[in-house]
Design a protein around this ligand. Sequence first.
Ligand code: CA
Length: 261
Amino acid sequence: MNIFAAFIIVLLVMNVNDAIRNYLAVAGVRSLDLKAALIDMDGVLYDSMRNHTTAWYRMATEMGIGCCRDEFYLYEGMTGAATIDILFNRAYGHPATPDEARELYARKAKYFTELGAPVMMPGAGRMLATLRDSGICRVLVTGSGQQSVLDRLDRDYPGIFLPGKRVTAHNVTHGKPHPEPYLRGMEMAGCTATECMVIENAPLGVQAGKAAGCFTVAVTTGPIPRERLEESGADLVYGSMPEFAEALPQLLDALRSITVE
Ligand code: CA
């Protein structure tokens, strides 16, 4: 290893340690007792956001609602109904009725399914295996109700998300950035906020994880820049899922060992 590479590694370790100490100071606890990882799905376990934004764009433009495809990256984590309300409020000045929201979300879900099976995120399997092998409870926390993706989880990531350890659009009232999805995830894990780590890729998801009081890691896996995730309050931001998977064993060690007075 050359001196430059060693210097970068020292900087990264300092960054991780500082992030953990900052989190502990704000949370008012001496140490983290990490027991569970609360893990988002789209953009974390699946490289599916391009297809989601394409499906939303198709549905909205067919409705005659002006929009741009990339805006849907910023709504990532909301429930489908909340995204439809943004479109309706902008176009018509009022939210959608429950029947309209149901019908339009079904149409968006159909268009998404037509785009083919979601691609597993490179590095996600390694990340999940590290969590499992470290004895960390895994809970899925997604705003999605897209059954075509949820149905694939057991096949693509066998044994990772046990029964009763999945929060989806079907069991929350509020989507992200509301903390409810992560609070439900904490309940399912049987853990408090300072016993959990959130793994996210989107600004609203990061806000939800922080609002729930958890140490929140963001991974950039799409066009949303690192700065947006930092502004949303992420404790740490990694540049890709393979980079996060590589760094995870050391991060777990640090999360379990760092104590403040
Ligand atoms: Ca996501």
